[in-house]
Design a protein. Structure first.
Length: 208
């Protein structure tokens, strides 16, 4: 008797299951020690199915990285946009800039930076990872630039350079903050935040 052919729903379920367990693996051991075999065993998915959907180990890691980072970017942008839309007309632009700096200060931001740093190392020898990191950076910067544009439209600030350039600067500066994370020095972290705020203010030129 012929077996029923897998449906698209079955394929989506397999992909989601792989990503779920691959994300757990990535969070626990990082990209360098990431083992596809362990992911497949825990997920109960065959090697052929995993490689069919993601191509190889790097493709699976890239897919997880994209989903994880995208979630964090979307969350940060959601918080920022809600702030802009709910703020009264008398809202201080400086408070908005402080929020931009603070969104990277929580535990989720620290963990995301550690994970991206490990993946960035692996990407030096992986075109698949390098491509996905580049795409994530570009898409994240474009979305953040559109968020900043809302603040400009409200008359909060008069940026000195292009918003896309500022958005790229914000994302790359925040990622580089991992060096401060390693110090585990509260004073250094506060000093970084202050310097970031002053630098961002010079770029965005708040009106109040």
């Amino acid at each position: 008797m012929d077996q029923p052919r897998p449906t698209r729903a079955d394929g989506r379920e397999t992909i989601e299951r792989l990503l779920e367990f691959a994300e757990r693996e990535l969070n626990e051991v990082g990209s360098v020690k990431f083992r596809v075999g362990r992911v497949l065993e825990n997920a109960g998915v065959s090697k052929s199915s995993a490689y069919h959907h993601f191509g190889n180990r790097d493709g699976l890691i890239a897919a997880v990285e994209m989903r994880t980072v995208s979630k964090q970017i979307e969350l940060n942008n959601s918080v920022i946009r809600e702030f802009i839309q709910a703020a009264p007309s008398t809202q201080s632009a400086s408070e908005f800039l402080k929020l931009l700096v603070q969104t990277s200060s929580n535990v989720a931001g620290i963990e995301a930076r550690k994970r991206r740093a490990a993946t960035l190392v692996s990407a030096q020898n992986s075109p698949a990872l390098a491509k996905i990191i580049g795409e994530t950076q570009r898409e994240g910067a474009e979305y953040l630039a559109s968020t900043l544009q809302i603040a400009v439209d409200r008359g909060w600030m008069n940026p000195a350079v292009s918003l896309l350039g500022i958005a790229h600067w914000i994302l790359t500066s925040v990622f580089g903050r991992i060096l401060i994370d390693f110090t585990e020095d509260v004073a250094a972290d506060e000093a970084w935040s202050e310097a970031a705020f002053v630098s961002l203010s010079a770029l965005m030129r708040p009106n109040s």
